[in-house]
Design a binder for this molecule. Structure first.
Ligand SMILES: Cc1cc2nc3c(=O)[nH]c(=O)nc-3n(C[C@H](O)[C@H](O)[C@H](O)COP(=O)(O)OP(=O)(O)OC[C@H]3O[C@@H](n4cnc5c(N)ncnc54)[C@H](O)[C@@H]3O)c2cc1C
Length: 494
């Protein structure tokens, strides 16, 4: 990873302040699209300017193809979002961390000259159980899990079993696992109840689930959970549950100095006028010779389309001719999780002075998993609470009450200084009409075994991208990037 430099800090401040302006005009450089006002022609039209769509567009442009990107929002980055903080810093309100085996996102960051820094994982973490606060070493022998003797035997057994079972789930075709049908016929919660003794284990597992999936164990199939674990690795390193939840050696190991949205801002900056903002796509028509993609801003005629949007949003577009039944049924079974981030900003990371790492595992909400999200230079402090699943449903209609409740939790966890944040930000991803939930889709029983390849199989000239179509690091920024490359390769190879 490149080192943090003064120059990059300054460029981060510029990005955070929205200094990169994407004009909805066509690019002059390179083989650009052609056509009159309101309708243009290109080799490929990409729907969605998140990491997947922008990576696809970048790959195709590098291969000499003309590309138009249509993005519904007035910004790029989708489920990554920089919130400006004083001093040119940013808070990540969406995707945040990267870690080992996430090779694509690390390589892209290096190419784009984006610096990362280590997530703080020293000092004491807080465990809040039945109204009692205790502490334990962050990054200790139990990783992120609290060393509660009433749950450790259960946790050890369950994690060992999940890691073992996930090894038999092929990352590229989970429905071919020898136990696929049995595992896809039950929820993760059903299985967990059968394999745990202590109700407290299930509460801690639920806290982790809320943050990981924006859901509860009853909302996903056991097969999907095992596949998700199998995907938390690369060709050389099988996925493990520990890599999903750990900081050191896990998916929460590093953050972007300029915020994760800077990946998309930089890619879009280079694509220039090929990216059209505020252009929600409403209709996709396939003919024998090509595709026509109609947005509210302009229409594009192209030989192929890449739809780099979550399945539930793809389902809201009209397709002519209609999509095959298997694809339509798959999108009907692919709801997004429900996840809210609450971030409190302080004059300094005062909890570090008390030897606390900022990490929390709590069996009561609204925030059950918390992290220190202080900017790289530590010049101000940030605490994050994940509010997911049932807690998000409970608090999602009253964000002011949620702010108050989370700050009260921070006081319990970190002391009275937590009562006076300079700012509290609530980002509820289900309220975003162009996300309708996060961080990833929740596949319940049947979805993976019944609809199978519909998850990513092209439909004629339509190709699917987005982290929900990824194999390794499905649900993560890394998966979004590899999905964009895979979709671009499909187009180039067709
Ligand atoms: C709170 C939260 C925390 C997360 N934490 C992490 C983390 O720490 N690490 C990690 O790796 N990942 C994390 N993720 C997940 C990560 O952010 C996503 O996997 C990734 O950003 C998805 O990228 P994408 O391009 O597949 O989809 P998106 O980012 O959703 O992009 C899709 C784009 O399509 C646009 N769109 C939708 N419909 C239309 C339409 N009809 N017409 C035109 N445009 C349309 C949307 O506006 C959007 O810009 C987190 C996500 C959230 C929300």
């Amino acid at each position: 990873m490149p080192e943090l430099s003064r120059r990059q800090l300054v460029s981060g401040a510029a990005l955070a302040a929205g200094a990169v302006v994407l004009r909805p005009t066509l690019a002059a450089a390179g083989p650009g699209p052609t056509g009159g006002a309101g309708t243009v022609t290109a080799d490929v039209v990409v729907v969605g300017a998140g990491l997947a769509g922008l990576t696809a567009a970048r790959t195709l442009t590098a291969a000499g193809r003309s590309v138009v990107v249509l993005e519904a929002r007035d910004r790029v980055g989708g489920r990554t979002l920089n919130h400006p903080l004083p001093g040119g810093h940013v808070a990540d309100l969406g995707g945040t961390w990267i870690g080992p085996t996430q090779n694509a996102v690390a390589a892209l960051a290096a190419e784009l000259g984006l610096a990362t820094f280590e997530q703080v994982d020293v000092g004491q973490a807080v465990y809040y159980r039945d109204g009692v606060r205790t502490t334990y070493p962050s990054g200790g022998a139990t990783g992120g899990a609290p060393p509660d003797p009433t749950i450790l035997p259960d946790l050890l057994a369950v994690i060992t079993l999940v890691d073992e079972m996930s090894k038999s789930v092929p990352v590229g075709a989970p429905w071919t696992a020898s136990n696929a049908e049995e595992w896809d016929s039950q929820t993760f919660d059903t299985w967990l109840r059968e394999h745990t003794v202590s109700p407290q284990t299930r509460k801690v597992a639920s806290a982790a689930f809320n943050a990981l999936f924006g859901g509860e164990g009853r909302e996903i199939s056991l097969l999907y959970a095992l596949w998700y674990v199998a995907c938390a690795g690369d060709e050389q390193n099988p996925g493990t549950f520990e890599r999903l939840i750990d900081v050191q050696g896990g998916a929460q190991e590093r953050r972007f100095v300029d915020g994760a949205q800077s990946l998309s801002l930089r890619m879009a900056g280079a694509l220039g006028g090929r990216v059209h903002l505020s252009a929600p796509v409403r209709k996709v028509t396939q003919t024998a010779n090509g595709v026509q993609v109609a947005s509210e801003r302009l229409s594009v005629t192209a030989s192929h389309a890449i739809l780099a949007v979550p399945p539930t949003l793809a389902a809201r577009i009209e397709f002519d001719p209609p999509l095959p039944t298997s694809r339509d049924h798959y999108t009907q079974r692919s709801p997004q999780g429900r996840l809210i981030k609450v971030e409190a900003i302080y004059a300094r990371p005062f909890w570090r002075e008390a030897g606390l790492s900022g990490a929390v595992v709590s069996d009561t909400g609204p925030g059950k998993i918390c992290y220190d999200v202080t900017p790289a230079d530590g010049s101000l402090g940030g605490l994050l609470a994940f509010v997911g699943g049932d807690e998000a449903r409970r608090w999602g209609d009253d964000h002011e009450a949620l702010k108050t409740a989370v700050v009260a939790q921070f006081v319990t966890f970190f002391g009275p200084q937590a009562a006076s944040p300079s700012e509290v930000v609530v980002q509820d991803w289900s309220d975003e009409v162009w996300s309708r939930g996060a961080p990833v889709h929740l596949l319940g029983p049947g979805a993976l075994t019944q609809d199978r390849e519909a998850i990513w199989a092209p439909v004629g000239r339509l190709h699917w991208a987005g982290t929900e179509t990824a194999t390794f690091w499905h649900g993560y920024m890394d998966g979004a990037i590899t999905s964009g490359r895979r979709a671009a390769a499909e187009v180039l190879g067709s």
